[in-house]
Design a protein around this ligand. Structure first.
Ligand SMILES: *Cc1c(COP(=O)(O)O)cnc(C)c1O
Length: 426
């Protein structure tokens, strides 16, 4: 990054930022009347101002219309899930029929594996990354056990390069090649939660498709962060949560993508429930199961309206921003500003684990502290200065400037406070 970018200064960069007004649409934690620096949108996104109003409209609908709220009011509760899928699908590069918002991330992983993990005598292995998010690892191994496999025999884990936390695309492709005749499924993240590394989802999916190995993506750290093209990449399925970059509140519902070449196939095995039954005949109340010929065919229960409403509130703001590509443009600038300032002011004491190339990084930078104080000490001090980042064992501070509400000014304050926290005596 050029020095001129640095010397421009944060306030000039904020003034020139066409997306800066969106910041006012969010509620920030504050100390002594001033908004805190919040770089934890990768863990829990901030609350949009409009969420409370949208939620209270549902409560009023419940109060005044009671059961008729399913069909009356705007939107009628029957129509809300489709509105959410319509608004969500551009964020993942999918058609509205390929996206359903339901349950939570890990539950959806299980539902998807009940369909896409179909082990045979010769093909029974699942490939994941060695440092997968614990829940993903646990979900996968529990499916192996359910199908009479063992992790020792059937779990293939791709390791980072020696001495690094990163995994090159080549390493993943080689591992797929090596196990191509025995793999029954692949599950990888879009963006790695610890390092912030973006995987080459397109190339990896092509390789999996070459050998007809179903591939699923965990997009918890990718959705709302980087543009995705799930349909054209031909990914089989994907799952994500909406409480991180999608700002839909703690424990909010998860999203799920099933490619149209599968979602229209009513013969695919799955765990079933009445809300997955096709809409037209659902209320005939017959025991046989005719799945909806789209992603909705994996729903189990009638949708939680109070949980769906905040998702739509947040997705409105993504539309208002002009979509994920526009946000990504700002994000690239924000994160390279953070990287340059860190290098300039603390280059000898802070190591950035996240890859530098824009193809391999989203908004988050994972920082290792190599000063006199331990990383954990520095992190604790940051928190006392109303600067919110997060700590991930064993050794990183994750900092995620989020383009929809963070500013260049936030970055300047973050780096200044970090420098101060590394300096002050223990
Ligand atoms: C955040 C996250 C989860 C969380 O799963 P929940 O079921 O929503 O609690 C799972 N996997 C990854 C990779 C995550 O980053």
């Amino acid at each position: 990054m050029s020095d001129s970018f640095l010397s421009e200064g944060a306030s000039a960069l904020d003034q020139a930022d066409p997306l800066a007004p969106l910041r006012a649409e969010f509620l920030f934690p504050a100390s002594e009347g001033e908004a805190d620096v919040y770089f934890v949108g990768n863990s829990l996104g901030l609350q949009p101002r409009r969420t409370a109003e949208d939620l209270s409209r549902v409560l009023e609908q419940w109060q005044h219309s009671a059961v008729h709220g399913h069909f009356e009011g705007s939107p009628a509760w029957m129509d809300l899930p489709q509105l959410v899928s319509d608004a969500m699908s551009p964020l993942v590069g999918a058609g509205p029929d390929e996206v359903v918002v339901m349950n939570t991330l890990t539950v959806n992983l299980h539902l998807m594996m009940s369909t896409f993990y179909q082990p045979t005598q010769s093909r029974y292995k699942i490939l994941i990354e060695e440092h997968a998010f614990p829940s993903d690892h646990q979900a996968v191994t529990s499916h192996l056990t359910l199908r009479g496999q063992t992790a020792e025999k059937a779990l293939v884990t791709v390791r980072p390069e020696p001495g690094s936390f990163l995994i090159s695309t080549e390493r993943i492709l080689e591992s797929i090649e090596q196990h191509r005749d025995s793999l029954a499924m692949i599950l990888l993240p879009g963006v790695q939660y610890y390092t912030g590394q973006v995987f080459d989802m397109s190339r990896i999916t092509s390789k999996a498709r070459e050998y007809e190995i179903p591939i699923g993506l965990d997009l918890a750290h990718a959705v709302g962060n980087i543009p995705l093209q799930l349909h054209s990449w031909e990914v089989d399925f994907a799952c994500w949560c909406t409480y991180k970059y999608l700002n839909s509140g703690p424990g909010a519902l998860g999203g799920c993508f099933i490619h149209s070449r599968h979602s229209a196939n009513r013969d695919l095995p799955r765990l079933a429930g009445w809300w997955g039954h096709e809409r037209e005949t659902r209320f005939e109340m017959k025991p046989d199961f005719v799945p909806s010929p789209n992603a909705q065919g994996w729903q189990l229960s009638n949708p939680p309206i109070l949980a769906l409403a905040p998702i739509l509130s947040s997705l409105h703001l993504f539309a208002q921003a002009g979509g994920i590509e526009r946000l990504r443009e700002k994000s690239l600038r924000l994160t390279s500003y953070l990287r340059s300032l860190l290098l300039h002011k603390l280059g000898d004491q802070v190591r950035v684990l996240t890859p530098e190339s824009s193809e391999q990084a989203g908004c988050q930078l994972s920082l290792e502290i190599h000063g006199q104080k331990s990383g954990k000490d520095v992190f604790d001090r940051l928190s006392h200065h109303s600067v919110h980042a997060d700590w991930r064992e064993p050794s990183v501070i994750r900092a995620a400037p989020v383009p929809i509400y963070n500013s260049f000014g936030d970055i300047q304050r973050f780096v200044e406070t970090l420098a101060q926290c590394m300096r002050t005596p223990a």
